[in-house]
Design a binder for this molecule. Structure first.
Ligand code: KIV
Length: 271
């Protein structure tokens, strides 16, 4: 954590990288969890398009819409006071043209109160990143495994393996940083490659499944809380087992209702 009261800015994140202080990021999709993670002191709250798989039960993020991201973004905004709020731009809202990207990212910023947007992709996106930054929209970039390209990549696979792929990843990262991105998510990248990217650019790297050498780490909240049991990955560490807690609580409630033990006198109004 930098300052515990004022909202986290892109400058704060740059200072954290320079000073070697790790950046903590988590996803949130609603005001309730937004409030909880913000109060616990995370630096960045990401409204990821993973909402489409985690909450909406879809198999990929590809069908997430701009309206959906704005809807969830507004909810999270209502709960987050200090952390930087970043919102994912969904598939096909920024790839067609720079003009469309500006219009769509501008809507997200205007209608949610976010600080920044996140875009997936490498060197071909650098002009789009530049165009958004030019009109005052901070951009977080995203390299490595980019879930919106899951079919083109042949599944959720580690990216940047082998010297050539690793060099390309480092070059892409430099181009995105030169274009004005203020941070870079590195997803499913071998730890030494993530380390090389982190050393090669001045902006912070935020890793997920990319080892310990990034400037920060992000996880999907529902995965790390053990709420989304479907998601199992080598990199995931579960810090709670909330799905089991939910099952136990619901079974207890059902038993007590069926046995006439709930509500009792203490949970009833006498007059
Ligand atoms: O959509 C998402 O939640 C993300 C994180 C996994 C980085 O992009």
């Amino acid at each position: 954590m930098s300052d515990t009261t004022s909202p986290v800015t892109i400058r704060d994140l740059a200072v954290m990288k320079r000073e070697g202080r790790r950046i903590v990021a988590l996803t949130a999709y609603d005001a309730l969890f937004g409030t909880l993670v913000d109060a616990a002191g995370v630096d960045i709250v990401l409204v990821g398009d993973s909402v489409n798989t985690v909450l909406c039960g879809q198999s990929t993020t590809l069908s997430a819409t701009l309206e959906q991201m704005i809807y969830h973004g507004r909810m999270v905004r209502a709960g987050v006071q200090r952390a930087m709020l970043v919102i994912d731009m969904p598939f096909l809202t920024y790839q067609i043209s720079i003009e469309e990207a500006k219009r769509h990212a501008g809507r997200v910023m205007q209608q949610t109160g976010a600080t920044a947007v996140k875009l997936e992709g490498g060197r071909s996106l650098a002009p789009t990143v530049g165009g958004l930054v030019e009109i005052g929209i901070p951009v977080m970039a995203h390299l490595g495994f980019t879930p919106q390209s899951v079919h083109a990549l042949g599944g959720a696979r580690v990216q940047g393996r082998g010297a050539e792929a690793a060099e390309r990843l480092v070059a892409d990262a430099k181009m995105l940083a030169d274009a004005g991105a203020f941070a870079l998510v590195l997803e499913l990248v071998p730890a030494p490659v993530a380390q090389a990217v982190t050393a090669a650019i001045a902006i912070p790297t935020i890793g997920i499944g990319s080892g310990p050498h990034c400037d920060g780490q992000v996880l999907v909240l529902h995965d790390m809380l053990g709420l989304n049991e479907q998601f199992r990955a080598k990199f995931l560490k579960r810090y709670a087992n909330l799905a089991e807690d939910v099952r136990v609580a619901v079974r207890r409630f059902a038993d007590e209702v069926r046995e006439g033990r709930y509500p009792d006198d203490t949970h009833s109004f006498a007059s």
